[in-house]
Design a protein around this ligand. Structure first.
Ligand code: SF4
Length: 281
């Protein structure tokens, strides 16, 4: 995929697409280079049993936040309005080499909004990134990524049956879209949430790194692997939303995340894997 030049002007809110957003998080240090603002787009076709953001999967929902009172998660907003909000931290982006990251949910579910917001950021010289599960039509994913300068691509499992069991969807389109992105010119960093008893054992770790090695060895766009240790910060949200937390039901008493096997397996295939201190889901 070839990235395009940013357009000369952002659309007015009247003509620009609107996006459904459930959170905007400032001062993120884990979702691309420098200090970043992460815009979380609502809606996701996956149903990962460990998902830390259940309010971001479906429609609007009431949740309590650690940093504030109960709020309604999920609102529809225009490109110009969100662009204005994220540009409030422009000085931090410039001094740190940071920028804006679109995450979710799955941001490729809203490709026109994602494209327009990232184009507006690029116009202002702000670095842009997306985080995606890769589960989308290629046309939607390509459109959503068009003005992104970095793709953070989540891979959960390399085993097709386990992938469907734990995420509810097929692995095949995710791998196919990753191949297409790796053939393009946008840097692609692969992210693996390390989930205890799901993908952190020796067999799953090896299968994952074998798959990544096969997909990336001839790609000039491959920009490394990041491991995101599981956390249980999202558990209370399930209680508030009246939803079962399926991960705890499937693996009661699972211990803390262990990234050791994934790191060792990556080294075994001649690759590195950096472990981040904080997992976003
Ligand atoms: S963890 Fe990410 S991909 Fe999985 S259901 Fe949650 S938002 Fe979707």
């Amino acid at each position: 995929m070839k990235s395009s030049a940013a357009p000369c002007c952002a659309n007015s809110d009247a003509s620009a697409p609107r996006g459904r957003i459930f959170n905007i998080q400032r001062f993120s240090l884990h979702d691309g280079p420098g200090i970043r603002t992460v815009v979380f787009l609502q809606g996701c076709p996956l149903r990962c049993v460990w998902c830390a953001n259940p309010e971001g999967i479906g429609g609007p929902a009431d949740v309590h936040c650690p940093d504030g009172p109960q709020r309604r998660a999920g609102e529809t907003r225009g490109v110009a309005e969100v662009h204005r909000q994220v540009m409030a931290d422009e000085a931090y982006y410039r001094t740190s080499g940071g920028g804006v990251t679109l995450s979710g949910g799955e941001m490729a579910q809203q490709p026109d909004f994602a494209r327009a917001l990232l184009a507006a950021c690029r116009r202002d010289g702000v670095h842009t990134a997306v985080e995606t599960s890769g589960f989308a039509s290629w046309s939607a994913l390509r459109r959503a990524c068009e003005f992104s300068q970095l793709v953070l691509y989540d891979l959960k499992l390399a085993d097709a049956a386990r992938h469907r069991r734990y995420t509810g969807v097929s692995l095949r389109p995710i791998v196919r879209n990753l191949q297409r992105l790796l053939a393009g010119d946008i840097p692609v960093r692969i992210r693996i949430p390390a989930i205890p008893q799901v993908n952190d054992g020796p067999a799953q770790a090896r299968a994952m790194m074998e798959l990544i090695h096969a997909l990336t060895r001839h790609s000039a766009s491959f920009a490394g692997i990041e491991l995101l240790p599981y956390h249980s910060f999202g558990v209370n949200k399930y209680t508030q939303l009246g939803l079962p937390y399926r991960y705890a039901e499937m693996h009661p008493g699972a211990g803390p995340a262990d990234t050791g096997e994934l790191e060792r397996a990556a080294r075994g295939f001649g690759m590195g894997a950096a472990t981040l201190a904080h997992c976003i889901g």
